[in-house]
Design a protein around this ligand. Sequence first.
Ligand code: SAM
Length: 251
Amino acid sequence: MNLITFEADDLIAPNTLVLRDRRLQHLLGVHKAQVGDSLKVGELGGLMGHGELIALTSDEATLRICLDTPPPAKRDVILVLALPRPKMLKRILQMVVTLGVSELVLINSYRVEKSFWQSPWLSEAAMAEQLRLGLEQAGDTVAPRVSLRPRFKPFVEDDLPALMQGRDGWVAHPVLRQAGATGQPGDITTAPTQRLAPSAAPTLLAIGPEGGFIAYEVEKLQAAGLQCCDLGPRILRVETAVAVALGQLLP
Ligand code: SAM
């Protein structure tokens, strides 16, 4: 935890923060905090700053806080992600926060298992918890917007055009190489494909499910203005593809 996040409920006076839950355990067990220590704190959705530890017992920590720093700016990147399996979703939620994504849209795709949409990890509270862990890791107080689009076609036809306004759009889709192909120019691909280049322009990036997008879905995404991009000759796990693609886009 690089930042202790709190909400208004954690304040017992305007500048006095009391921690009694996992944050206290973290202070005791990991930080080995002592009275007098200065720790980074941030109000969820608000400013960040420092808290001086003025009292500490095994039941509670009391900090006198001073908030004076805005959270880091988000990247203007919308990540459209085929809903991953729940275990991976937890990690990806934290990852998108640390990578500064401004908006995450979880969509359905032919190869997304239907049961994933029933996962308790998709509840607002469960996702908020993972996003908060990401904020504490990243040193940020503002979580990305997250929305669910359980029907692919209405999303692509009705919502995607508005999301794409004024943005570069990319769909990461592995190049299909012929047997014996070398990965060199001239190999046959499913669609014209480029490598991502660093860019600060507003961007929308789509990443497929474990089994990949089907051709129909790639065509629909292309029709909405997304271009295919290739992340290299190896097939990456979804979470690795998210990290690599967002890393390649970093200006
Ligand atoms: N067999 C699937 C296919 O050929 O599409 C592999 C899917 S991969 C595990 C999951 C997603 O990560 C893909 O849909 C794509 O968005 C992204 N991905 C993984 N490796 C990639 C690569 N080398 N180039 C482009 N996208 C990649």
